[in-house]
Design a protein around this ligand. Structure first.
Ligand SMILES: [Fe+2]
Length: 610
C-alpha cells in the first residue's frame, strides 16, 4: 500500500479564507496528502478522470498564508551556523500607502469575483492540480545540506562534483487551476566527494517568488494554468492593475526558472524560457544560494530558452529567445567561452511559435519551427493561446553558428513533425544532410491542451537535405514491439553536435511517469532498457562521461533521481552506461519530486565558480 507523502504539509496556506462558499475544505487534495484544513480547490470535479498529459497551468490565488514562509537558511560550510541570505519578510500592508491599501483591497475583491467565476467551470486535466501535482509530482519544502548519506555499492572514483536537477515545486497551494510546468523552480543537489554524498534542495529565489513570499500568496499569472480564455485575460488585467499601483513589480521578470540548468563560465544558471536565467551558487558545503537574475553583465536584454547548447569543442554557448507577442518572434545569439554575447540574429517567423529546444552541429544551429504556436486572439474567443495549427508547415531552419543575420538560413520542411526536445544533430556532408535526433510527440499540443488521444513520443531520426530541401523521418527503434515513449535524456555531451551512436532517454511509461531508462543505439535501432522496479519511477537520465578522453562513447555513468511510490523514499541511482548495471545508490533524506532537467558540475569546474 502506498504511503502518502508527508511533505505536503509544507504548503504555505491561506490565512484569510476568501470565497469560502465556493471552496471545499475537503478532500480532494487531502486525498493526495495535502492538509485538509487549507483552502482547497474547486468544488466541482472535472468531468473526466485523470490521466495527466503534462503540466503547465495554474490557478490563482486569493489567499494569505496562515504562517509566513520561512526564509531559507543557507549553510556556508560544514561547521558554521546557518546564514540568512534573504531580507526579512515584511508585511505588505505596512509598506503600502493608503491609496495602495485601498487599491489592494479593491483588486482582491475583483480577484475573488474572478475566482468565483473560474470555479463554476470544471478544470481541464492540464490545469487540474489534483492531477498535475498528484503523488510524487507534489512539491516538497527546502532541505538544508545533509551530509554522510547512506551509499549502497561504490560510487565510481571519477564522479566528484555536484549532480543538480531542476524542477517545478509550487510554494503556494493552488486554489484553482495549476499546470505542472507552472511551479516555482527548485534545484536538488547531490554533492559527491571521494565516495561520500550530501544532499540539499532550494527554491530558486526568482523575482516572482520573492514578491509572492512577501505578499504571502501567489499573484503572478501562471503561464499555462491561468492564461486561458476570457478569465485568463481578466487575470492579466488584474496583474497589470496591481502593477500600476505598485503592489507588484513585473519589470524584473516573471519567470519561474524551473526547467533547465547549465554551468557556463563559472556560473550555474537555472532557466525557464520565459525569463532571463538565474544564477545559483553552489556553496562550499553543497548548499545552494540564489545570486539573482543574470543578464550576462547587461548583455542579454530578452528571455532565453531553457536549453542553451554548450559546444564541447569551442566552449561557446548557443541560445534562442522567442517572443509570443511582438516581432521579432525569434532571435538567435551565442556567447564566447568567457561570456561575451554576439549580436542578436533576428530569424523571421510568420507567427510566434513555441520553441522549447533546438540543436547544434559543428557549424550550424538547427531551429525547429513547428505547429504549436501562440495565438493570443484565441483567448478573446475563449480558448487557449497555445494551439496546434494543423495548417502550418513544420520545418527546420539551418543557420550558420556564426551568422550575423538570417539571410542565409535554409528551411527544410518536415511534415507534421513536433519535437518538444532535440537530443542531438550532426552533419553528414557526403549526403548534404543534417541529421536530427529527437522525440516526435503526438498530438503536438497534448502537453498544453486536454485531448482524448493518448500521447506518443517516438524517438526519430530526421534527415534534412540542405541541397534538395527534402527531408525524411523514421522511428529509430527498429523493433515495433520495443517501441516506448522516450522523453527527457541526452547523448554524451562531449560529442554534442557530432555524430553519436547512443542516446540515454527516459522511458515515459505510463506517461507522464518514467519507469526506467533506455540506452538506444541510434545506428542499429537496438534498445536496452533498465527498469527502476515495480513501484519505482524517475525522470531524466543524466549521462556523465568517465572522462573527456574516453575512447568509448558510452564509457560513463547514468545518474537519475528515482522514487519508490510504495515506501515514499527517494534515491540517486548511478548506473554503468556500458552494461546498465547499478554501481551505487545514494539514499536521500527526503523525497525528490519528479522534475525536469539536470546537469553535473565537476569539482574541478566548481573551483572556478564565480
Ligand atoms: Fe525541456
Amino acid at each position: 500500500m502506498a504511503i502518502a507523502p508527508n511533505s505536503t504539509s509544507f504548503w504555505a496556506t491561506p490565512q484569510i479564507q476568501v470565497l469560502v462558499n465556493t471552496f471545499s475544505s475537503s478532500s480532494s487534495l487531502a486525498d493526495l496528502g495535502y492538509p485538509s484544513k487549507s483552502i482547497n480547490i474547486i468544488k466541482k470535479k472535472p468531468t473526466r478522470t485523470a490521466n495527466i498529459q503534462c503540466a503547465l497551468h495554474s490557478p490563482s490565488v486569493f489567499h494569505f498564508p496562515k504562517q509566513p514562509y520561512q526564509q531559507p537558511v543557507i549553510t556556508t560550510d560544514n561547521n558554521s551556523p546557518s546564514t540568512t541570505v534573504n531580507p526579512k519578510i515584511q508585511q505588505p500592508p505596512s509598506e503600502w500607502n493608503p491609496i495602495q491599501k485601498v487599491a489592494a483591497m479593491a483588486l482582491n475583491m475583483a480577484e475573488s469575483a474572478l475566482l468565483s467565476l473560474e470555479l463554476k467551470h470544471p478544470l481541464p486535466k492540464t490545469a487540474d492540480p489534483r492531477i498535475q501535482i498528484a503523488g510524487n509530482f507534489a512539491p516538497v519544502p527546502e532541505q538544508p545540506v545533509r551530509h554522510s548519506l547512506p551509499v549502497t555499492g561504490i560510487i565510481p572514483d571519477c564522479i566528484n562534483g555536484v549532480y543538480l536537477r531542476n524542477g517545478a515545486n509550487p510554494l503556494f497551494e493552488p486554489v484553482a487551476g495549476h499546470h505542472f510546468f507552472d511551479g516555482d523552480g527548485m534545484v536538488h543537489a547531490v554533492t559527491i566527494n571521494d565516495g561520500a554524498a550530501s544532499y540539499a534542495c532550494r527554491f530558486t529565489e526568482t523575482e516572482r517568488l520573492v514578491q509572492e513570499k512577501k505578499l504571502g500568496r501567489p499573484v503572478f499569472p501562471k503561464a499555462i494554468g491561468e492564461l486561458h480564455g476570457h478569465l485568463g485575460i481578466a487575470r492579466l488585467l488584474l496583474f497589470y492593475a496591481r502593477g500600476a499601483f505598485g503592489l507588484v513589480d513585473h519589470h524584473h521578470g516573471t519567470g519561474v526558472a524551473n526547467a533547465g540548468l547549465v554551468y557556463f563560465n563559472g556560473r550555474l544558471l537555472a532557466m525557464s524560457e520565459d525569463d532571463l536565467p538565474y544564477q545559483v551558487k553552489i556553496t562550499a558545503s553543497g548548499d545552494l544560494q540564489t545570486i539573482g537574475r543574470y543578464n550576462f553583465n547587461n548583455q542579454l536584454k530578452s528571455t532565453m530558452i531553457a536549453h542553451p547548447k554548450l559546444d564541447p569543442v569551442s566552449g561557446e554557448l548557443f541560445a534562442l529567445s522567442y517572443d509570443v507577442v511582438s516581432k521579432p518572434y525569434l532571435k538567435y545569439f551565442k556567447f564566447s567561452p568567457d561570456g561575451e554575447k554576439s549580436r542578436d540574429v533576428e530569424i523571421p517567423l510568420p507567427v510566434p511559435t513555441m520553441m522549447h529546444d533546438f540543436a547544434i552541429t559543428e557549424n550550424f544551429v538547427v531551429v525547429p519551427d513547428q505547429q504549436v504556436v501562440f495565438k493570443l486572439q484565441e483567448m478573446i474567443k475563449g480558448g487557449s493561446p497555445v494551439i496546434y495549427d494543423k495548417t502550418k508547415k513544420s520545418r527546420f531552419g539551418i543557420l550558420s553558428k556564426n551568422a550575423r543575420n538570417a539571410s542565409d538560413i535554409i528551411w527544410v520542411e518536415s511534415p507534421d513533425t513536433f519535437c518538444f526536445h532535440l537530443w542531438n544533430a550532426w552533419e553528414e556532408p557526403e549526403s548534404n544532410e543534417i541529421v536530427v535526433i529527437g522525440s516526435c510527440m503526438t498530438p503536438p499540443d497534448s502537453i498544453f491542451n486536454e485531448c482524448d488521444e493518448s500521447l506518443k513520443s517516438v524517438l526519430s531520426e530526421i534527415r534534412l537535405n540542405v541541397k534538395t530541401g527534402e527531408s525524411t523521418r523514421r522511428p529509430i527503434i527498429s523493433d515495433e514491439t520495443e517501441q516506448v515513449n522516450l522523453e527527457a535524456g541526452m547523448v554524451n555531451r562531449n560529442l554534442l553536435g557530432r555524430k553519436t551512436r547512443y542516446a540515454y532517454l527516459a522511458i515515459a511509461e505510463p506517461w507522464p511517469k518514467v519507469s526506467g531508462l533506455a540506452k538506444v543505439d541510434l545506428f542499429t535501432g537496438e534498445v536496452k532498457k533498465y527498469n527502476y522496479g515495480d513501484t519505482w519511477y524517475g525522470g531524466e537520465p543524466f549521462f556523465l562521461p568517465r572522462s573527456k578522453n574516453s575512447e568509448e562513447e558510452d564509457d560513463g555513468y547514468i545518474m537519475a533521481f528515482v522514487h519508490d511510490e510504495r515506501t515514499w523514499k527517494s534515491e540517486l541511482q548511478i548506473v554503468n552506461a556500458m552494461d546498465l548495471k547499478v554501481e551505487a545508490t545514494v539514499k536521500l533524506p527526503s523525497r525528490v519530486p519528479y522534475g525536469f532537467h539536470g546537469t553535473f558540475v565537476d569539482s574541478k569546474d566548481l573551483a572556478d565558480q564565480v
